[in-house]
Ligand binder design. Structure first.
Ligand code: XMP
Length: 317
């Protein structure tokens, strides 16, 4: 069995030796385990020459921006925080096509990121938390099919003349989690479920509106909360709620209600490449469903997604 302790030292040393002493590196963090681990490694290797940036695209989960900021601060990462929510939501207005959404989010992200990266001419490197499955899934390996264009900084590094360093490139998720814990990253981040770069934009089907975002956010919070309460959060890969434009007639307090349908998706997976739906206890599903319909007034029906990947994918968009 390999030692993560030794691995951390090795990766820090690699980053340190690759980057000349007069250069800085920019690290975009999302608060997920991959980018946070990459940032901690960069910080240890480079100290103040690591410029950590956290961009809020307004597509985060309930309370997530605050949580991430305080976690990053407690790790000594002191990120530059940019709240670009309005910019992203404006750009997404009227966009319904899945790939188009990813493109728009990627494009705005690139613009914001570029503004930071060009503000300091000694920034010549970009540290990314790319892991082995990302390398495969995004079609970077020869012959691989592209299923979804995963949002990351894409062609931007070349565009900006930045050289990319990916310290986690050969690691699987469970290895990154162990590495993260060995680096002192709190369990709340190390064991966090993966969250897609385009955030709730890919968990809202059809146009991203304030109303649908609010529904996806509140319903997802209930799903995560109930899983934690049941002690099942760490044993599933992802757990969330999705909303589209379909509606269902209901009765709420003796009155007819025509409300949204929310789909709950909870999956087990090793690396996100294939997935199985989690066989949750019926009473847990019942609690989730009744909390969502009572705490999210716009929702009348809750469904549970029971299709594996393949033929489905994990995220709806
Ligand atoms: P799918 O939906 O393709 O997702 O079965 C597989 C895994 O990848 C995550 N995912 C993304 N991650 N940017 C990301 O960083 C993306 O655009 C993206 N799309 C999907 C998804 O959450 C799942 O774990």
């Amino acid at each position: 069995t390999w030692s993560v302790e030794g691995l951390a030292e090795k990766l820090v040393e690699q980053v340190r030796s690759q980057i000349p002493r007069e250069d800085k590196a920019i690290v975009a963090v999302s608060g997920g385990v991959d980018s946070t681990t990459a940032a901690v490694i960069a910080k240890r290797a480079l100290g103040d020459r690591a410029v950590v940036v956290f961009i809020n695209h307004g597509l985060l989960r309930e309370g997530e921006a605050e949580e991430v900021l305080s976690a990053l601060k407690s790790l000594g990462l002191n990120p530059i925080y940019i709240d670009a929510s309005d910019r992203f939501l404006r750009a997404l207005k009227g966009v319904t096509d899945p790939e188009q959404k990813r493109l728009v989010v990627g494009k705005v992200f690139a613009e914001v990121f570029k503004e930071v990266a060009t503000s300091d001419s000694s920034i010549r490197w970009l540290v990314q938390g790319t892991t082995y499955p990302d390398v495969i899934e995004s079609g970077a390996e020869a012959g691989a099919d592209r299923i979804k264009s995963h949002h990351n900084v894409g062609g931007l590094p070349r565009d900006l003349g930045l050289r990319v360093i990916e310290p986690l490139r050969y690691l699987y998720k469970d290895e990154v989690r162990r590495l993260a814990l060995s680096l002192g990253i709190p369990e709340s981040i190390a064991m966090r479920h993966p969250f897609p770069g385009p955030g709730l934009a890919v968990r809202v089907i059809g146009e991203v509106t304030e109303e649908k975002l609010r529904i996806a956010r509140r319903a997802s919070m209930i799903v995560e909360e109930e899983l934690r309460r049941a002690g099942l959060y760490n044993s599933v890969w992802q757990a969330f709620a999705v909303v589209g434009d379909d509606k269902w007639v209901g009765v709420k307090g003796d009155r007819r209600a025509f409300g949204y349908i929310v789909t709950v998706r909870v999956v087990e997976s090793e690396d996100g490449m294939t997935a199985d739906w989690a066989r949750l206890p019926y009473d847990l599903l019942q609690r989730i469903a009744s909390r969502i319909t009572s705490e999210v007034p716009e929702v009348v029906m809750v469904t549970y997604a029971v299709t594996t990947k393949p033929p489905s994918t994990i995220e709806p968009v």
